[in-house]
Ligand binder design. Structure first.
Ligand code: SF4
Ligand code: SF4
Length: 85
């Protein structure tokens, strides 16, 4: 029997509270030299703002919660204060 593997795919989208990137007071900065590609940050990001392919962060939807920085075992992500424009 041909069994298909079905898994959920999350994409960041605008919800009822608007674009979540506008909430951000802190911004995650990824140091690629420390990253081992484990994808824990991708798994935990509540906004699905981290790319599975290259860990690029979509700042339109990253709300600056810092979960990725807390969960990264390699300490490859640090949170910095967002610049006020
Ligand atoms: S959790 Fe940390 S080490 Fe793992 S992929 Fe994300 S940034 Fe890289
Ligand atoms: S701070 Fe990290 S976990 Fe939080 S929304 Fe942004 S990328 Fe996702």
């Amino acid at each position: 029997m041909d069994k298909k593997i079905v898994q959920p795919i999350s994409r960041p989208v605008q919800g009822a509270c608007g674009v979540t990137g506008t909430w951000r007071s802190q911004r995650p900065i990824l140091d690629t030299s420390l990253c081992n590609g484990c994808l824990i940050c991708w798994l935990y990001c509540p906004e699905a703002a981290i790319s599975r392919e290259d860990r690029d962060i979509d700042f339109t939807y990253c709300k600056g919660c810092g979960i990725c920085a807390v969960e990264c075992g390699k300490k490859a992500i640090r949170m910095v204060k967002e610049e006020i424009k």
